[in-house]
Design a protein around this ligand. Structure first.
Ligand code: SF4
Ligand code: SF4
Length: 819
């Protein structure tokens, strides 16, 4: 199988190259590309089977689940029933046993009759009809060459599709927007035809040949026209699918784009003309004569060759394939620079925003403003699922390194989604100061460039547990005031929204340092320090930062270039060697060689056989746990931690080895807490800080081993709960947890039970490896925690609130407890 990143799965098969209408807005006949003139009228008997074979060959070699083929023209019904029958039979034959076939036809409808519909019903061909609205709107463009209206015939075709016999074939209506038409009338008349879906298509245009009826680049009348329809549609409860709106809503929630005209989804479509030529997407005809051509055809080339054509791969590059303006645009994930064709300008090619840029920005912003806000800590991230075995292994209280890798990947998607959400919400929020907006843009540009070239670097940066804490804090502050929580855990002292947002600059700086890339960003100064997430902080003193006007944050400028980091703040300047920051050992050497300034406080690394964990005592967002974070540790305190960690890890490897692979894979940070009350051993985790365990250093390394195992259970379960509902979130009852005096919500009880499953197991193992009084004490603890955990499992089971997956999870816990 050849290596194609994006195999083709959508095909437009031109079955007839002429039309019985002469619409004056037709991109096939009225645009720059006039290649239709040299094409045969109908697809030939030789091209039909060869095209079908090519599609099947491609689907087979890339193991596609299904392909979509749209029969198109000109007007495809002009090909006649016999030829259309032959085409669908050839396609069905070629794809039989290879993959699914979604067959459609797009027609102007004027020739559609019962016999065509019967043919389509026989072969499951779904029918889309072009109609521009009410009679007046439709007659404005969609007429015969002699000026006659096509409206009545189109309506008759739609009525036929609405009959019970053929209703299942009715796939929807395609309406080309004309802002001269009344949008409400157009919308109402289309909805009255009861389609399953409406596609509103912007008239094809380029920067050389701008959209009709527009006064200039800032004219937003296409947005205004669509917004009037959107508001009407939303108020009516979204009675029909409207692809443009549904796509924007989907991408605003972190989902996929539903149309090639919007979003960052790679293009997977090719056109096969009546003579067997392969072409790129049809709309390119608007750009210039010959624009869609590939020079390839079904007889000489496979679709693998077409998929590698530069014109096709250019539309598969996602964010990195867009011009800089689009890359930095706050709505880019929803817009994606609009339809590729609409970006064309003869001087710069396709490296431009859409000629509809102002309209797209306004429309997407309007839709975003109308949608209920996504809860800050639960944006829709890319879908991840755990295999049944992994789920059960985690539910039993364990889970190996592979299981943790799956959780890490799902958390990574969540963090990426949050990062985009902070940028998008921060840059569009009316209250964001201009300075912070500019800082966000600069940071985002650095991150986009690095993600395009070295996505693994961005993943490594985002892996830091406290990035999600920061992102959630930003999003909470960006919510409407009434929805904001009273206080946000993890909030650094003295910061405000602008300072929090500019932390994106610090994230970008770290990404640039790790990628050996360039960056010029603004970062906040918090508590007299500049923070580089996961690397450390530079103490510059409380007076060493630029104070913005009007209460804007104290900031510093960070330039990363040629392996040197230059920091300027409040008239002072620091220089550091980038290489000195990246690795603990390197850092030590660099510091001792005087390459790093004395006031640099690196994140130190705890090491033991087979594991290294960052000791995070600098991050400004780390104080998000139940107990307060300790201040920066002295070298002496760090040495105590290092010794205790080594012994604790030794204990885990020797006596609790089943937990070691998951810990080695997933424990990335230990965050020191201030000493507990009355010298009590304390530890904690935070749902948003996956990979981090917080603890005050206990006197006994065995207890440190227990705290780490206990807390990492919360880390695992938190990530599972990010993926699945294990209980009814609407159930707000409180339950008895045997180990506490107060009552607990269901999530608290589940978390506690899951953690104590491991605690029971810990004491069971200690009972086996100790003797005398130690073994007796371990036995008592085992009995205590085992009984409590068993009782809590019973409470969970009888709560009536577990989902089917929750029942499965708790059953595995019970099974593990018994064994
Ligand atoms: S019906 Fe379609 S193909 Fe025919 S002229 Fe009108 S827009 Fe062009
Ligand atoms: S709104 Fe304009 S700048 Fe933003 S992505 Fe779309 S075309 Fe590009």
């Amino acid at each position: 199988m050849s290596e194609l990143l994006f195999p083709l799965s959508q095909f437009v098969l031109k079955v007839h190259s002429r039309c019985d209408l002469a619409c004056d807005h037709c991109y096939v006949y009225e645009s720059a590309d006039q290649s239709w003139r040299g094409r045969p009228l109908a697809i030939s008997d030789e091209v039909i089977p060869q095209a079908a074979r090519r599609i099947a060959e491609h689907a087979k070699s890339h193991r596609l689940d299904g392909v979509q083929v749209v029969l198109h023209g000109g007007e495809p019904l002009l090909a006649g029933r016999a030829r259309l029958r032959r085409i669908v039979i050839e396609l069905e034959k070629a794809l039989h046993g290879v993959c699914g076939l979604d067959l459609r036809i797009h027609t102007n409808g004027v020739l559609l009759d019962e016999e065509f519909c019967e043919l389509f019903a026989e072969h499951g061909v779904r029918v889309g009809i072009s109609i521009d609205g009410d009679r007046a709107a439709n007659d404005r463009h969609r007429r015969y060459a002699d000026g006659r209206s096509s409206y009545d015939k189109v309506l008759r075709a739609i009525e036929l599709l609405r009959t019970e016999r053929f209703r299942h074939l009715y796939s929807g209506l395609l309406c080309t927007v004309d802002v001269a038409n009344d949008p409400a009338v157009v919308y109402d008349s289309l909805v009255a035809l009861d389609p399953p879906r409406i596609d509103f298509l912007l008239p094809h245009a380029t920067w050389d040949d701008p959209p009709p009826n527009r006064t200039g680049e800032t004219d937003e009348r296409y947005a205004d026209w669509l917004i009037e329809i959107f508001d009407r549609w939303l108020a009516a409860g979204r009675p029909v699918e409207i692809r443009t709106f549904d796509s924007i809503i989907s991408t605003l929630s972190g989902g996929e784009s539903l149309t090639e005209a919007l979003g960052l989804r790679p293009a997977v479509l090719a056109v096969i003309e009546t003579d067997g030529s392969y072409e790129q997407v049809d709309s390119l005809k608007t750009a210039f004569d010959g624009a869609p051509a590939t020079g390839l055809n079904v007889f000489g080339s496979s679709l693998d060759v077409v998929a590698q054509h530069p014109g096709i791969t250019a539309r598969q590059q996602g964010l990195s394939g867009l011009c800089r303006t689009c890359q930095e645009c706050p709505v880019v994930t929803s817009c994606g620079g609009g339809l590729y064709t609409h970006r064309y300008r003869s001087t710069t090619g396709f490296a431009n925003p859409s000629v509809y840029c102002a309209d797209l920005l306004k429309l997407i912003t309007h839709i975003s403003d109308c949608l209920p806000q996504v809860p800050a800590d639960q944006p829709e991230a890319e879908m991840h699922v755990l295999s049944g075995d992994t789920f059960d292994a985690l539910a039993s209280g364990f889970g190996d390194a592979a299981a943790i890798s799956q959780l890490i990947e799902s958390q990574q998607s969540l963090r990426r989604t949050l990062l985009g959400a902070v940028y998008q919400a921060g840059s569009t929020a009316p209250g964001t100061p201009d300075q912070a907006r500019a800082a966000l843009r600069a940071a985002w540009a650095v991150l986009i460039a690095i993600d395009g070239e070295q996505p693994q670097v961005l993943d490594a940066v985002l892996a830091h547990p406290y990035i999600r804490v920061w992102a959630v804090r930003c999003l909470e502050q960006l919510r409407p005031a009434a929805d904001r929580p009273a206080a946000t855990k993890g909030a650094p002292n003295g910061t405000n929204l602008a300072a929090d947002l500019s932390h994106l600059g610090a994230i970008a700086a770290v990404a640039a340092i790790r990628a050996s890339a360039k960056a010029d960003v603004t970062v906040p100064v918090v508590d007299g320090a500049i923070h580089f997430p996961a690397l450390g902080r530079l103490i510059i003193g409380r007076d060493g930062a630029a104070q913005g006007e009007g209460g804007e944050p104290r900031t510093a400028s960070v330039v990363v270039a040629d392996g040197v980091i230059t920091i300027r703040a409040g008239g002072s300047e620091w220089e550091m060697a980038a290489a000195g920051l990246l690795d603990g050992r390197l850092r030590d050497r660099a510091a001792s060689a005087g390459v790093l300034p004395a006031d640099w406080q690196p994140v130190r690394v705890l090491r033991a056989h087979g594991i290294s964990v960052a000791m995070e005592d600098t991050d400004p967002y780390r104080d998000c746990h139940q107990w307060p974070a300790a201040p920066r540790l002295t070298d002496g305190d760090f040495a105590l931690w290092q010794r205790s960690f080594e012994e604790a890890w030794h204990e885990i490897l020797r006596h609790h080895a089943a937990y070691a692979p998951a810990l080695a894979a997933g424990l990335s940070v230990i965050m020191p807490l201030s000493a507990g009350p009355d010298g009590k051993d304390i530890s904690a985790t935070a749902r948003q800080a996956f990979g981090a365990v917080a603890a005050a250093l206990p006197a006994d390394p065995v207890i440190l081993a227990l705290l780490i195992i206990h807390e990492f259970q919360h880390v695992k379960l938190g990530a599972v709960l990010d993926l699945y509902d294990l209980y009814d979130p609407a159930d707000d009852r409180l339950f008895h947890a045997p180990w506490r005096d107060d009552l607990r919500p269901l999530e608290g009880l589940l978390q506690g039970t899951y953690a104590h499953l491991a605690v029971s197991d810990f004491w069971r193992a200690r009972r086996e490896v100790t003797a005398g009084a130690d073994a007796e004490a371990a036995d008592q603890r085992f009995a205590f925690w085992h009984a409590h955990t068993r009782a809590a499992v019973g409470t969970l089971t009888n709560s009536g609130s577990l989902t089917p997956l929750g029942v499965r999870f708790v059953s595995e816990m019970r099974r593990s407890l018994r064994s």
